[in-house]
Design a binder for this molecule. Sequence first.
Ligand SMILES: CC(C)(COP(=O)(O)OP(=O)(O)OC[C@H]1O[C@@H](n2cnc3c(N)ncnc32)[C@H](O)[C@@H]1OP(=O)(O)O)[C@@H](O)C(=O)NCCC(=O)NCCS
Length: 174
Amino acid sequence: MLVRVPTRERLIRRAGPGDAGAIGAIYDEAIATGVATFAIGPHDQAERTDWLAARGERAPVWVLDDAGDVIGWGALAPFSHREWYDGVAEYTVYISATAQGTGAGGQMLDHLIGTAPDLGYWKLVGMILEGNAAGLALARGRGFREVGTHHAHGHVEGAWRDVTVVELHLEQAR
Ligand SMILES: CC(C)(COP(=O)(O)OP(=O)(O)OC[C@H]1O[C@@H](n2cnc3c(N)ncnc32)[C@H](O)[C@@H]1OP(=O)(O)O)[C@@H](O)C(=O)NCCC(=O)NCCS
């Protein structure tokens, strides 16, 4: 198996308006795989910029910056609008195809796990589409447990897809 080794320092920083294009391009790339998300693409520049600008304080987006190139992004968002689920966030990690398999996804998910308590979250939940082996491996490797599988939870290009729910309780996992 080919193992790509990062050769430059990678930094995680909060996404700014200038990152909208790179974030959107990585997202569109993942949409095209059919196993990453139910979202439909591609998105134009205005949609990407509006999406980023509309994120609230508790729904931050970070980018993984490799010497000036954005090679991935990660985000948190409230799991529910109900106040009693205030401490539960859904996480998202997207890495560009050329940077996958180099530890980038792990670096970003570690950052989300480390930052979430500062935003008042006590649990992270992930929704992994059927066939997304990398997404499941990433979560398992960080100690997420599989809650169960929603059957035919959505569809990609007309085909029903299951979704496996994973969770990590940030206080109990310590
Ligand atoms: C899922 C994703 C974020 C993983 O990022 P990555 O940079 O390739 O992952 P890493 O190199 O950090 O590897 C993380 C773990 O996944 C495993 N892994 C990576 N690719 C894999 C694959 N194709 N199949 C099985 N396991 C895989 C690695 O061995 C590693 O395991 P470990 O933690 O036990 O060592 C990336 O594939 C991606 O962006 N996919 C599209 C978007 C997506 O599906 N996001 C997940 C849902 S939010």
